[in-house]
Design a binder for this molecule. Sequence first.
Ligand code: UD1
Length: 371
Amino acid sequence: MSKRVLITGGAGFIGSHVADLLLSSGYSVRVLDALTSQVHRDGAPPIYLNSEVELIVGDVRNESDVERALVGADIVIHLAAAVGVGQSMYEIVSYTSANDLGTAVLMQAIAARPVEKLVCASSMSVYGEGLASRNGGDEIAPQQRSIEQLRRGVWEVLDNDGAPLNPLPTPESKSPSLSSIYALGKYNQERQCLIVGSAYGIPTVALRFFNVYGPRQSLSNPYTGVLSIFASRLLNDRTPLIFEDGNQCRDFVHVQDVARACKLALECRDGVNEVYNIGSGERRTINSVAIDLARVTDRPHIAPCVTGKYRAGDIRHCFADITKARNQLGYAPKVDFDTGLRELAEWLTGQAATDSVEAATRELENRGLVA
Ligand code: UD1
């Protein structure tokens, strides 16, 4: 009989791709998802959700929903989370409730009814600023930039002598530096899963996702990733708005590569009770991705607009060292960036335009979180 996998948050962007991959590999898939209206506008199951998924509409904070979802489940992939970094800074109670308490309720139920394997979605946000080196070459874990520095428009991370640091790929060994309620909650989720997993003998793997992009990323969620925001602006012939100077770096990983990483994590025999970076292993600046997107959407004349504004809590550079996932999970990103961008633009073409990103930016501005 096929193994049954419970995916919490499985109607979302990442979870729905994981569901497709697992179903096509012979697993049976159950999803527990609250279908929150910020992500699923009308509160209805998304049309992209695979029809073979057994959907339970419910909340990870609700014990009876969780217990019902766990009946007969062999494996759990815990993806359910509230995911807006900026929003987490003013909806502190609801983020802590959904992410920290939600995971606690799930762990309580799993402790009473252990599963064969637990995979948990963590985030690059736990690192804060990525690893860097001084000019002399020694590695350091940089401090977060101060608001005072950002107000002066000095964007780079500086050493104590005021010299800019060189960003390096960040390995899992870099110690966490939690700079938002979202990051704190993700670290809490990851630790809860690893602590309960090791206490109850449940092989557990936590995956620290970098900037995930691809089809199905919710456009109705104003706190969605930068690539979806830029692509939807370009498709509406509007210029992408860039915070800081656009030279900040990220690691964009395609959602299908992330889905493959989840499958590798649930099937791996070694490497349990460990955390792994899941990125592309490539660094890109925000300026360069705006230009790449303009090219693939046939709008090379629309140049990005560098606003010089900044978001409180944003990090300057973080991109993944994926050596550990390569060596221990056999993870190898496959989707080439240009192909991924084209696919994203194609998908967004079929979606309704939205202004919710601008409204969300105003919300942050009103609270002094964008300046
Ligand atoms: C954050 C989290 C990450 C989370 C992701 C989605 C951190 C360090 N990372 O990533 O864990 O998964 O949000 O919730 O907290 N930008 C613009 N213009 C825009 C939008 C964004 O220039 O219209 C810039 C941002 O200032 C940032 C970069 O693009 O420098 C990436 O932003 P975003 O896609 O929101 O993701 P992160 O903040 O990297």
